[in-house]
Design a protein around this ligand. Structure first.
Ligand code: DHB
Ligand code: FE
Length: 314
C-alpha cells in the first residue's frame, strides 16, 4: 500500500525563487536562507519519495478572482509553471500522478470533502519555490526528482477554510493514500507563511514568537493549532499569515506523534518570516521494513511509477 512517510513545512516567498533563478544564492542575504535547507535537501535525496503531495496556494496565476476553489486537486499528467509579476519561473514542467490523484479525489470526496478536480492547471511560486528549497535547483530542461500531486487551497479571498477543516482534510488524504494498493513512499508538503503582511498599515509585520510557538505546536500539539480562529492568524501573523492553515493539512496527514527531523527559521526573506520543518511518521520504520521485503528495489519502483505516468500521458 502507499504510505505517507513524512511531512514538510516550507515558506514559499517568491523572491527566494527569483534569487535562485538569478544566481544570487551566494549573496549573504540569500545564503542565510538557502543554507537552512542544505540538510533538508540531503534528507530528501536519502528519502527518495515516489510522489509528493504539495499543499500550496495559487496567487492569481491559475485561478483569477473570477473563480477561486477552496480546495483544488491537480489530477492532470503535468502542470506547467506560471506566475504573477515576472511570469513563469525557469523550472521544469511538474509531472503529476493522475492515478493516485484520482484515487485521492474519489476517496476524499466520498468522505464528504468537496474538492474541485483540476484536469488542467498551471502552478506558481507557491508550489515551485518550496520544491526548489527541498529538491535544489533543477534545470528547466531537466526533470523534478519525483511526480507531484498539487492541492491548491484558497487563502487569498475571504473566507479561507478553517484550520480545523484543513487538519481533517489531511486525515482524509492520509486515509486515501493508505487505501491505494501500490507500494509508494509519499511525502506531503504544507507551504506558505510564516508570519507576513504585504500591504496596508501593518505591512512588514513579522511575529517570531507566534511563528516559533506555531512550529512547536505543529510538532507536539497540532490539535491546539486546529482550534485557532482566522482572526488570530490575522492579528498575530498578519493578513498573509493565514497561509499557515495549509500546514495543518500536512500535519493532519501524519501520525499524532511524530519525530521532528529538522527545523529552520530565519527573518526575513523579502517581507516574510521563513519557516521550515520536517516531521517524520514513526510508522516510517515499518514502511522501510516492508520496502526492504518488497522484491522490487526502490529505484525500480520509481521507474515503474514514472512509466505509469508516461503511459497515462502517452
Ligand atoms: C511575499 C511572500 C509571499 O508568501 C507571497 O506570496 C508574495 C510575496 C513576500 O514576502 O514578499
Ligand atoms: Fe504567498
Amino acid at each position: 500500500m502507499a504510505r505517507i512517510v513524512a511531512g514538510i513545512g516550507s515558506s514559499h516567498v517568491p523572491a527566494i525563487g527569483a534569487a535562485l533563478d538569478n544566481g544570487k544564492t551566494e549573496e549573504p542575504y540569500w545564503k542565510r536562507v538557502f543554507s537552512g535547507f542544505e540538510k533538508s535537501q540531503a534528507w530528501m535525496r536519502e528519502t527518495k519519495p515516489d510522489v509528493a503531495i504539495i499543499v500550496y496556494n495559487d496567487h492569481a496565476s491559475a485561478f483569477s478572482v473570477e473563480m477561486i476553489p477552496t480546495f483544488a486537486l491537480g489530477c492532470a499528467a503535468e502542470f506547467p509553471p506560471a506566475d504573477e509579476g515576472w511570469g513563469p519561473r525557469p523550472v521544469p514542467v511538474v509531472q503529476g500522478y493522475p492515478a493516485l490523484a484520482s484515487h485521492i479525489a474519489q476517496s476524499v470526496i466520498l468522505d464528504e470533502f468537496d474538492l474541485t478536480i483540476c484536469n488542467k492547471m498551471e502552478v506558481d511560486h507557491g508550489m515551485t519555490v518550496p520544491m526548489n528549497l527541498l529538491f535544489g535547483k533543477v534545470d528547466k530542461n531537466s526533470h523534478w526528482p519525483c511526480p507531484v500531486i498539487p492541492l491548491a487551497v484558497n487563502v487569498v479571498m475571504y473566507p479561507p477554510p478553517t484550520g480545523h477543516r484543513c487538519y481533517m482534510l489531511g486525515r482524509a488524504i492520509r486515509k486515501a493514500v493508505e487505501s491505494y494498493p501500490e507500494d509508494l513512499k509519499v511525502v506531503i508538503f504544507g507551504t506558505g507563511g510564516l508570519s507576513h503582511q504585504i500591504s496596508g498599515p501593518r505591512a512588514g509585520l513579522i511575529n517570531s514568537k507566534w511563528d516559533k510557538s506555531f512550529l512547536d505546536n505543529l510538532s507536539k500539539n497540532p490539535q491546539k493549532l486546529a482550534k485557532i480562529p482566522h482572526i488570530d492568524y490575522m492579528r498575530e501573523a498578519g493578513a498573509e499569515g493565514i497561509e499557515m492553515v495549509m500546514w495543518l493539512i500536512m500535519r493532519g496527514a501524519l501520525d499524532d506523534k511524530v519525530d521532528e527531523v529538522y527545523r529552520f527559521y530565519t527573518v526575513p526573506a523579502s517581507n516574510t518570516a521563513v519557516g521550515h520543518i520536517i516531521l517524520a511518521n514513526r510508522s516510517r520504520a515499518g514502511a522501510r521494513k516492508s520496502a526492504a521485503k518488497s522484491k522490487r528495489p526502490a529505484k525500480v519502483k520509481r521507474a515503474a511509477a514514472q512509466a505509469k505516468v508516461d503511459g497515462l500521458r502517452g
